[in-house]
Write a protein that binds this ligand. Structure first.
Ligand code: HPA
Ligand SMILES: [Zn+2]
Length: 339
């Protein structure tokens, strides 16, 4: 049973207005919906049932997860599928006190299967409207490039996204990190900047601290996704602190992908002591055993953090989000209400 249900819906961590800056919408696909969509679309899955799928989520590293992540999304075919995927997640997120979601979208993973960007975007945009109108949940989208695919493909996707650009706040960089340094994508990110998009990139999840530097220096990112390996480099820690770079850390993800053995050994407390601008996020909640509230609760338990620390983390995310200033003000007020 999730901590959310154990704790009831009126506890402090649920009431805390949580802003999610690091989420892959394709990583919110719960096995139950995966099976329903497989049946609707006549797609074969390699799992006997929902329990077998969950049992297969026993990862040894990022790649072992990515293999099942790309396999799972094979059930997403129509705009309605993408709408249902996002709504299923938005309802769960809203129920645990998430007030704003910034979702990475991986167009290349769908284009490669013959699913058009129009299909993906129609579904995600319609779900975002329902989330705003019915759940008071605001959203933003991040156009993510698969870093283990050719740079030319990323440039093509950026071009293709032209008609949808107003729906994207930023571009991002995800998938297999080792051996695929940020600098490869310099030209793509420069072009995105010219188009008025902000830039974020996964760096320092499995890759070395030098990838974090590259993302800052060569891709001009405003946020680093993960960034946990920064602790191996004292000078980098100092720089991240001085520049107030936002890090979107995903604690339960790091445990499930064996970036750390146990949450208690996570470098989060050291990162906070070093003065970093930390936010907590869920990454791929359907695969990593918990959503935003679970990530907050697990950290509070593991590190003995006060409610004030939890408020500080929530505030960092509100300040770093791609949202209009009236929404930011409203969320600051919601946060102040938790005192
Ligand atoms: O945690 C992640 N890291 C890199 N790529 C990803 N794509 C989905 N989730 C992830
Ligand atoms: Zn991620």
């Amino acid at each position: 049973m999730s901590n959310n249900r154990q704790a009831g819906v009126d506890d402090f961590l649920t009431r805390l207005p949580k802003v999610e800056l690091h989420l892959h919408i394709e990583g919110t696909l719960e096995p139950e919906l995966m099976f329903a969509l497989a049946e609707r679309n006549g797609v074969e899955l390699p799992y006997a049932d929902v329990e077998a799928a969950r049992a297969a989520y026993d990862f040894s590293d990022l790649q072992s997860f990515l293999d099942l992540y790309f396999l799972g999304m094979s059930v997403l075919i129509t705009a309605r599928d993408f709408h249902d995927l996002a709504m299923d997640y938005f309802r769960r997120a809203a129920a645990e006190g998430v007030v704003h979601v910034e979702m990475h979208v991986d167009p290349q993973a769908h284009l490669a299967r013959g699913v058009s960007l129009d299909t993906v975007m129609q579904g995600l945009i319609s779900a975002s409207r329902v989330a705003r109108d019915e759940l008071d949940l605001s959203t933003a989208m991040i156009l993510a490039f698969l870093r283990d695919q050719p740079v030319e493909d990323a440039l093509k996707v950026l071009e293709q996204a032209g008609p949808w650009l107003e729906h994207f706040s930023a571009v991002g960089l995800d998938s297999a990190e080792q051996g695929n340094p940020p600098s490869l994508f310099r030209e793509v990110f420069a072009r995105a900047g010219q188009l008025g998009l902000a830039r974020v990139a996964h760096a320092g999840e499995e890759g070395p601290p030098s990838y974090i530097r590259e993302a800052l220096d060569e891709l001009d990112v405003c946020r680093i996704d993960h960034g946990v390996r920064a602790v191996e480099d004292v000078e980098l820690l100092e720089r991240l602190s001085d520049e107030g770079v936002v890090l979107t850390v995903c604690p339960l993800s790091n445990v499930r992908l064996k970036v750390v053995d146990h949450l208690e050994q996570h470098s989060l407390p050291r990162m906070i002591d070093a003065g970093l601008n930390i936010t907590l996020n869920s990454d791929d909640p359907a695969y990593f055993g918990g959503g935003m509230r679970d990530n907050f609760a697990a950290c509070q338990r593991a590190f003995g953090w006060s409610d004030e620390t939890m408020r500080w983390l929530a505030s960092n995310a509100i300040e770093a989000a791609f949202m209009d200033e009236s929404r930011r003000d409203a969320l600051r007020a919601r946060l102040a209400d938790t005192w």
